[in-house]
Design a protein around this ligand. Sequence first.
Ligand code: AMP
Ligand code: TRP
Length: 341
Amino acid sequence: MTRVFSGIQPTGHLTLGNYLGAMRRWAEVDQHRADSLFCVVDLHALTVEHDPARVRRLSRQTATLLLAAGLDPDVCTVFLQSHVDEHSRLSYLLECVATDGEMRRMIQYKEKAAKERERGGSVRLSLLTYPVLMAADILAYGADEVPVGEDQAQHVELTRDLAVRFNQRYGHTFVVPRTTLPQVAARVMNLQDPTRKMGKSEDSGAGVVYLLDEPDTVRKKVMRAVTDSGREVAYDREGRPGVANLLDVLAACTGGNPESLADVYDSYGSLKKDTAEAVVEVLRPLQARHRELCADPAYVEGVLRDGAEKARALARPMVDTAYRAIGLLPPVPEPALSAAR
Ligand code: AMP
Ligand code: TRP
C-alpha cells in the first residue's frame, strides 16, 4: 500500500492556504487511499524565535484542527514530531550526507534568514539544517508520497536527492519519495499582496484568512482583497495575480475550474462576494467540529498518544537500519543471564 507522510508547523494560526493547499486533500483523499501519517512538526517551530508557551498552545491547536478538518485516527496516524525520537536520530545521519551548499540554496532558508536579519535578530543554525530534519521526517517512514503545497516542493526534491545519495553510498535503505501537489490552490496568495503566499506567520492578518476566523471577518478580508485597476474578470496569474487568486480560491472551495469560472463573472464585486461565501461555507463544518473537540481535550491527547506509538513502531526499524548501513555498530546486547553466571 502507498505510504503518505506530511507535516505542518505549529508556528501560527492555520490559514486557508494550509487547508486548500494541504490539509483538505489529506482528509478527503490521502487518508482513504493510502497508509498515511500526518505530523505536527513542533521541532521545526523552534527554528525561529519562539515563545515556549505559544509553541505548546499552537501544537495542541494544530493537532485539534487537523482532526477538525477530518483526519480520522481510525484510518490514519496523527502525532507530534517531538514524541518520536527517530526524527532527530535520523536527521543527524542525513546531515552527514547533505552539504552546506545545498542547504544555503534553499529558497525558504534564504527568505526566512533575510527576514530574521532585517529584524536585527540572529539566524539559528537549525533554520539552515531544517530541510534535513524534514527529509528525516519523510524517510523514517519510507513514504512514497508527500502531499504539500508548492512552497515545499524544493524541500521534497532535496529529500529525494539525500535518499538517492544515501542509497548509493551505503546500500539501498530509503524509499525515494515524490511530491504530490493539489490541482488548484497549490499556492494561495496573500489577499493584500497577491505576489506573496498566504503564510501563517505574517505580521498583519489583513490578507490572511485563518481557519478560525469568524464568518464576518472572512467576508471583510475577502471583500477587501487587492485586485487591480482592470474591470474584466480574466484568469491571468502573472498579469492579474489578485483576481487569479480569488478564482483559485473559489474554484478550490466549489470544486470548479478557475478559467471557466472567470467567464461566469462580469465584475470583481460579484466574484469577491461569491468567493467570500464559498470560503465561509468551507470553514463552517470545520469550525463546528473544532468547538466540539476543544470541549474534549482528553480525546485529542489520546489520539496523539496512540499516534506517537504507531509512528515509533514504524520509524524505529527503518532508522536502526540506516544506523547500521552508515557504519555504526549496534549497541552491545545485555549478556544472556546464563552466560553471565
Ligand atoms: P506550513 O504552514 O509551512 O507548515 O505548511 C503546511 C502545509 O501547508 C504545507 O504543505 C504547505 O505547502 C501548505 N501551505 C502553506 N501555505 C500555503 C499556501 N499559501 N498555499 C498553499 N499551500 C500552503
Ligand atoms: N516544512 C514543512 C512546511 O513548512 C513542514 C514539514 C516538516 C513537512 N516536515 C515535513 C511537510 C515532512 C511534509 C513532509 O510546511
